[in-house]
Design a protein around this ligand. Structure first.
Ligand code: PMP
Length: 429
């Protein structure tokens, strides 16, 4: 397998792009080696510029739930393109997508479309503050909510309660109203409520996807909702990753919890740039032009993106692939665990429907601290051997893998063969 053209493009890209990428994880920093450059994709497969074909478990970090270039999505986007790309005025498709989204989330009467998950969450946070008139926000260590200043807080175990900025360029003032709690630990949330009376809301990934996949234990989400209610704070579900992926009604449907504010992204645009935040009327009426919370966007509700979103969600509802995801996911999980056992590699796998990943540790991972016990060097060996055997994975131990409804039995066979080779390599590394 040759990566010559990718290597050449990487060197060329370094001149005018930062690290030759437009989003840091694409730089393969934590697995070493040069990043791959992609030429095209179709269905369950992605093909790089050297012509290497991979079963794609990255899926653009989640949006491509139907696989790449689904024919009805492509048709809808092409049709929309013919009518113009952006108007700065309302279109009927915005109403149609809003109906589909509000229908899927019972706690949502109104929705506002934006262009990314980051925008959805930063607006959701502003809305929580506008609605409650309070300033502080609790977030969980290991949860990622986009790159807005207020939530870009270092979340390593030792620093967990210190709220130190996790990025240069974020002033301490920007995170002074951000409090950190531990995932799956209600007491750590309670402690903040005991100490402060100006907490506007708690934001959570209802299933963690940015420290690897971390699943809420017992009734964590339900208890969290109760705690918020008791303290006059709102629960903000960041379903950018899980929305329409865990179930059509997101992780909230699976877990039987209704958040006050829900943030969406990824799948709702089906690969086009769409994000959204929504809530019941009482809350959404605070957003301009109905209320005093300002939030706007030149390209928000973009006609091509709306068409992509409507067709993706319509097809997703028709396919209803959630049982299929469970079946495929459980096969992949078994393959990983069997190979780890065979080659005597410490491995623990977390999976929530079509989101999953293996941790190279024997610890059962239920929070960020436990995730960090993983051997990232072993993951790097595993990652490259999977690439060499035709499986494209996120280039980080702490990113979720995603499944698409285009995945076939043949793809699983490729995955099985690759996994066995990769695990053998890990064992001998
Ligand atoms: N929230 C969550 C839970 C995410 O996983 C992400 C992106 N991975 C974001 C927010 C930010 O979304 P975007 O990259 O579209 O800005």
């Amino acid at each position: 397998m040759s990566f010559k053209k990718s290597e050449k493009l990487y060197q060329k890209g370094l001149t005018h792009l930062v690290g030759a990428v437009n989003s840091p994880v694409r730089a393969f920093a934590s697995v070493g080696g040069n990043p791959l450059f992609i030429k095209k994709a179709k269905g369950s497969k992605i093909i790089d510029v050297d012509g290497n074909e991979y079963v794609d478990l990255v899926l653009s970090y989640g949006p491509m739930i139907l696989g790449h270039r689904h024919k009805s999505v492509e048709k809808a986007a092409k049709k929309a393109l013919k009518n113009g790309y952006s108007f700065g005025a309302s279109t009927e498709n915005e109403i149609t997508l809003a109906e589909i989204v509000c229908d899927a989330f019972p706690g949502m009467d109104k929705v506002r479309f934006v262009n990314s998950g980051t925008e959805a969450v930063l607006s959701g946070i502003r809305l929580a503050r506008a609605f409650t008139g309070k300033d502080k926000i609790i977030k969980f260590s290991g949860c990622y909510h986009g790159h807005q200043d207020a939530l870009l807080v270092a979340a390593g175990s030792g620093l967990a309660t210190l709220s130190l900025p996790g990025s240069k360029g974020v002033p301490e003032g920007a995170v002074k109203n951000t409090l950190i709690a531990e995932y799956n630990n209600l007491d750590s949330v309670q402690a903040h409520f005991d100490k402060y009376d100006d907490i506007a809301g708690v934001i959570i990934e209802p299933v963690g996807g940015n420290m690897g996949v971390v699943i809420p234990q017992n009734n964590f989400l339900k208890d969290l909702k109760e705690l918020c209610k008791k303290n006059g704070a709102v629960l903000i579900a960041d379903e950018v990753m899980t929305g329409f992926r865990s179930k059509f009604g997101g992780a909230q449907e699976v877990l039987g919890v209704e958040a006050d504010i829900t943030c969406l992204g990824k799948v709702i645009g089906g690969g086009f740039p769409v994000g959204a935040y929504g809530a019941r009327n009482e809350i959404m009426e605070n957003v301009a032009p109905l209320g005093g919370m300002y939030q706007a966007g030149t390209l928000s509700g973009n006609p091509i993106a709306m068409a992509g979103g409507i067709s993706t969600l319509t097809e997703l509802k028709r396919q209803n692939p959630y049982e299929f995801f469970d079946e495929m996911g459980s096969k992949i999980e078994t393959i990983l665990l069997d190979a780890a056992k065979k080659y005597n590699v410490d491995l623990s796998v977390n999976r929530f429907g079509s989101m999953m990943n293996p941790f190279f540790t024997k610890v059962k991972v239920t929070n960020f601290e436990q995730a960090q016990t993983s051997d990232t060097e072993k993951f790097a060996v595993f990652f490259w051997e999977m690439i060499k055997n035709g499986v494209f994975l996120p280039p980080s131990q702490f990113e979720a893998w995603f499944l698409s409804s285009a995945l076939s039995k043949k793809d699983i066979k490729i995955f099985e063969k690759a996994t066995n080779k990769a695990m053998q390599k890990v064992a001998s590394s």
